[in-house]
Design a protein around this ligand. Structure first.
Ligand SMILES: [Zn+2]
Length: 75
């Protein structure tokens, strides 16, 4: 078994399902799937986790930049 989970660039996703909003410690209940066409190939998906309170603001942020691809409930 070989498993490499070393991610370059660090801290966007943790083991815990915690909201990605800055300073928020809440448990995430939503998964926001996004892609920055300038950085990522079209089929690549980055994930931000969001709590109920931040789902709107985080998806607005991504949506305003045309990065948002999908929003899925967690769990
Ligand atoms: Zn939050």
């Amino acid at each position: 078994m070989s498993e490499s989970t070393t991610a370059s660039g660090a801290a966007d996703v943790d083991d815990e399902l915690r909201c990605s909003a800055k300073g928020c410690q809440a448990t995430a209940t939503w998964s926001l799937l996004w892609n920055n066409p300038k950085l990522h190939t079209p089929d690549r998906r980055k994930t931000w986790l969001a709590c109920d309170d931040h789902k709107e603001s985080l998806s607005d942020f991504l949506g305003a930049r045309n990065f948002l691809r999908d929003v899925e409930p967690l769990g």
